[in-house]
Ligand binder design. Sequence first.
Ligand code: ASP
Ligand code: MG
Length: 452
Amino acid sequence: MQVWKFGGTSVGKPERMHSIRTLITADSGRKIVVLSALSGTTNALLSMGESAKAGNDAELSQKITNLRAHYDAFLPDLYATPEGLAKGIQVVESEFSFIRSVTGIRPFTLKQEKELVAEGELLSTQLFAVYLDEQGENTVLLPALDFMRIDADGEPILSFTEEKLGEMLAQHSDKQLIITQGFICRNPRNEVDNLKRGGSDYTASLIGGAIRAEEIQIWTDIDGMHNNDPRIVKKTFPIRQLTFEEAAELAYFGAKILHPSTITPAKQRGVPVRLKNTMEPAAYGTLIADNTSDRDIKAIAAKDGLTAIYIHSTRMLNAYGFLRRVFEVFENYKTPVDMITTSEVSVSVTIDNPEHLDDITAELSKFADLEEHDRDQTIICIVGNFSADKEGIALKVLEAMKSIPIRMISYGPSEHNISLLVHTKHKAEALNALNERLFYYEDAMQGIFTAP
Ligand code: ASP
Ligand code: MG
């Protein structure tokens, strides 16, 4: 069984919902189909919540009317029969009557806000299920609120999903297409809750892990993860295969295509995750799995907004406990450290949250000498398979960077990542130079000029 997830833009227009039906029925495999809210709906609901909190009833009412109009216009194009349309209207009427009542509660608290924001996925899945029914598909809608649960720390409970969803699937073993909501769940108080913004990917991964699916497919409107930032580098291409570790590194570096925690359950259970493009379903996309047979160097990513702190102390020489004191300072100010490099008498770190920088500087100065901090720094990260027996990768990286000043280099802590710190003004040049050297140079030497 596979789990296919479609995001907001993939369900955002009636014709897109029609395409999803074509996609999910193109082969005979049994599927769980996870849907997000229609694009714009979650934001609209949260915005209603703001008006409700502020007690601004006129504004609230206008927002509800606007969203309702959007759904009223959506339905006639979605359904082909008067019966389908009538059922769709019923769904919209009942959900909007709930929206009106929940936003009317005063005080409007977080509990109400969570019930309100869940309406996006409740609407999209019901409307889609009615459409599949109308088209004679063998389908059932299973409520995510019955099998998705988070604990007191907000962490999803995979074993709960495994058990509950297992039972529900057994009851519906004759059904081919199982539709459910992304994003929403219940908390330990049995209230409606959610997995945070963008959480539908996470739902798909949790379901896939829970049922040990054959594959999880995340359908969006882009053709997979790219090897470099297409906004800065002209020649980029979708990465065909990535390991879970490589994908996690890229997610941290802001490859927004995947919610960073998304792949954890899939990785834990060894379920491959495939990123696919609804606009170009035949394209290969990106496959994330335990092992890959793809090239060693997979991608280049960058993270801006860093401050570099340079700490020296002759006391560090042959001493122990110095690094602990340094990191205690960052811990006391709850400031995460991104990158670290050390020599015998110095340590350099980067932070992305300068809120407590003055206090941190003062504390560190009590036992170490500080050089002036460098602001506007960027980490450039090269992701791939760099296990110890691979040679020559650092050389290629440094060759590409030969005319760009590098402030820090980190190589070794992970077999999947080489990180360089440069001033942000050199970022575009660095990304382009690395792109040429790491992805096109060898091919060019052999006279091959196609994309890798
Ligand atoms: N609808 C939710 C959001 O917009 C969840 C998702 O789309 O993944 O954040
Ligand atoms: Mg999303």
